[in-house]
Design a protein around this ligand. Sequence first.
Ligand code: NAD
Length: 358
Amino acid sequence: TSWETRLRSSAQIRRANGISVLVTGAAGFIGTHVSIALKTRGDGVVGVDNFDDYYALSLKETRRELLEFHGVFIVDGDINDRGLLDILFDTIAFTHVMHLAAQVGVQYAVENPYAYVHSNIASMVTLLERCKSADPQPAIVWASSGSVYGVKSKNKIPFSESDRVDRPASIYASTKRTGEEITQTYNRFYGLSITGLRFFTVYGPWGRPDMAYFSFIRNILQGKPITMYRANHTNSARDFIYIDDVVKGCVASLDTSGKSVGLGNGSGPYRIYNLGSASPVTVPTLVSILEENLRMKATTNVAEMSENGDSLFAQANISLAEKELGYKPTTDLETGLKEFVKWYLWYYGKPFVQNRKV
Ligand code: NAD
């Protein structure tokens, strides 16, 4: 096919600095930012994404344009397709795999559990199998989730990597936890170098429309009420982490994991790191920052918290990532949300701005 020919002759990958990374889920929110950061510093980057329609495809297509503008090679395909992986790995000796593809979202799993089995479990095994037989074996960095810690009470926070994680709060979280166990097994038996990153609530420009902060701004601009869960009013708080800080953590993980590239002898490392801000914020605080930025008032509805859902409290203990990755978040919520609002108004254009009551 034509993309195969293009891939083979792609000077941008051959001219790379010795690092070539396969980024899965490259047209996703985090994948776009990570791919561009790697490409910008001189790595060879091939992105693969199946452009699923879980949320607005137009947003993924626009991210694709942005990626291609930056010289990232994008392949449209599903990572559960072994034939596709064979073509990619036979053409390029990837030194690293940044595995970010997943079926995301918590509520969607109630109606669509198999989408999570497909993308978060079956596809991951297909990818690990291909990495296992690659020579040299690439180091793998992949996205787990802070949701593996489950719903916890305030006295159990912050969450540390050594905490028990035996009660995931959703089907989504269980597939992420399963991914951790599967990757650990591949590490133990085949020596694959694995780094699992437990992202907390990542936000920023090019973000995901299914996430709460995104729907909050949409509702405020359209004069629609925001639903806040009762617990949010009193005592719950979440760990929001700005995309640029997450990207730095991903790149540092990749560089750390790369030190073990080519071991292939059963002795590759297995690591798990929390990537959060360690500074939890309540939902009402988040809403008031959005209000200030938009110079508009939100109206709110109060609902009971659903059983199957997100953690009430989430706060990452990030000392392990600080120590081993040199990870240090630097963007506070005010600054990060200002960037997000700026992007949102630019991306969705004038109609919303004209409705603004300043
Ligand atoms: P996203 O949905 O924007 O990106 C995921 C991308 O993967 C999508 O573009 C999707 O089309 C693609 N994809 C899904 N299944 C695929 C498959 N089988 N083959 C190829 N491509 C496939 O989500 P995101 O927020 O960028 O998340 C990236 C990763 O980080 C995910 O693994 C997610 O679970 C994890 N994570 C994200 C957050 C967050 O706050 N955004 C928090 C914790 C963990």
